[in-house]
Design a protein around this ligand. Structure first.
Ligand SMILES: *Cc1c(COP(=O)(O)O)cnc(C)c1O
Length: 410
């Protein structure tokens, strides 16, 4: 009979680092009576400390990771119908803001080993109308951002890093969120640090920084003389209450990341040499921060592939996720049926046909990557015992499934 070990969950206190520090700061904010960040000091301090941590001059907090992406796209200010290259495997909140700004998401294929876009896959979909490239560091594993930035620089277009899953990850010694032109982060419940919902944008570019700050604030330049609502924008502000939690969480981020990495290394070592199970592939110059720990399961060696292994792990109280997202983003109704504003299909009506060609054969890495990936739940409250429970269960069930193949009889 299996041990009744329950893994800590990032959906409740068991898997989160929330505690007395967050409570004290929230209490202070409530007692101050100032809950809006336009008047209070807490979000401002969060922004300053976040910028210092990432190594950029400007950082602004906002209401979600989706808002952060919207702020980044709006700052770049594409013309309707301009194209923004992004990834086929990401959170929908990283894609819909592109459509809200009247631009066309153009999907680059991914490397099936990492599920990240590559310089080659991005280059293959660039066009005359490409206005920006979004690079997503999926699961906390940095994409080849320097190479993509070099490609973008040659064309004079900005790179937006979606670092929602990649706090403190680095490539070639530089933190993600500081390699590209703009960085975007999420503080949603399940991310490395959280305030329930929240986002942060980062940049070193003064002009973009001003537009980002304005877009969060209905384009009203607080503190400047002769203010006006300068362009179309929303209220995407973070409250002081969220800011208080986020600020306390920021102190814990480095430890959270270190624990996730240490446990990941332990699991990787424990899973070495299992037929049909591949552990994360990380570039030599990259630092992975393990938002999730992903396996790749080869169905030729482990019959039934990720779904079969996930079903077996479920019996051990381990809730893993085959496929991560059920289908590539472009198979969702919003893209497939172009459901946007009324019946207009805007902005898809402005798209080149090639930009919205989602034919399966154009995305071999995407389909192979989703077929093989098994996402293990992961957070900073794991102990060695939790990691060893995972390792033992994976080894036992992968081998049990292996043995159903005649050619691997021992
Ligand atoms: C979580 C996430 C987002 C969206 O963030 P929200 O805070 O949920 O709006 C965007 N991109 C990626 C890669 C994410 O993981």
């Amino acid at each position: 009979m299996a041990d009744p070990i329950t893994l800590p969950s990032d959906q409740d206190a068991s898997g989160r680092s929330l505690g007395a520090e967050e409570i004290a700061l929230v209490e202070k904010v409530i007692r101050s009576g100032t809950l809006t960040s336009t008047k209070g000091p807490v979000v401002k301090e969060l922004e300053k400390r976040f910028a210092d941590m990432i190594g950029v001059r400007h950082s602004y907090a906002c209401s979600s990771g989706s808002a952060a992406i919207h702020v980044a796209v709006a700052a770049i200010d594409p013309e309707p119908g301009d194209e923004i290259v992004t990834t086929s495997i990401t959170d929908m909140g990283a894609l819909t803001p592109i459509l809200y700004q009247g631009a066309i998401p153009v999907f680059a294929d991914v490397d099936p080993a990492t599920l990240n876009v590559t310089a080659a896959s991005v280059e293959a979909v660039l066009s005359e109308r490409t206005r920006a490239i979004i690079v997503t560091h999926l699961f906390g594993n940095p994409a080849e951002t320097h190479a993509i930035k070099a490609l973008a620089d040659r064309r004079g277009i900005p790179v937006i890093e979606d670092a929602a899953q990649a706090f403190l990850a680095a490539e070639a010694g530089k933190r993600v969120g500081a390699i590209g032109t703009i960085g975007c982060f999420s503080l949603q419940q399940g991310k490395h640090i959280t305030c329930g919902e929240g986002g942060v944008v980062t940049t070193d570019d003064d002009a973009l920084a001003r537009r980002m700050r304005l877009f969060i604030n209905k384009a009203w330049p607080y503190g400047e003389s002769g203010p006006d609502h300068e362009f179309l924008a929303l209220n995407y502000r973070m409250t002081e209450l969220q800011g208080a939690v986020a600020l306390a969480q920021l102190d814990k981020l480095a430890d959270n990341v270190a624990i996730r990495q240490c446990n990941a290394d332990r699991l990787t070592a424990a899973l070495a040499g299992i037929n049909g199970i591949a552990t994360p592939v990380i570039a030599a110059n990259a630092e992975h921060v393990y938002w999730k720990y992903c396996l790749r399961v080869d169905a030729n060696a482990v019959p039934g592939g990720p779904p079969a292994l996930a079903a077996a792990l479920k019996d051990e109280n381990i809730l893993s996720a085959p496929r991560y997202i059920q289908k590539p983003a472009f198979e969702c109704a919003v893209f497939r049926d172009q459901r946007t504003f009324g019946n207009s299909r805007f902005p898809f009506t402005l798209a080149r046909s090639e930009a919205v060609d989602y034919a399966r054969e154009r995305f071999p890495g995407t389909y192979a990557g989703l077929r093989d990936v098994l996402v293990l739940p992961w957070n900073e409250r794991y102990t060695n015992a939790h990691v060893d429970h995972l390792a033992t269960a994976i080894r036992a069930h992968a081998s049990a499934l292996n043995r159903t193949l005649p050619e691997v009889a021992e």
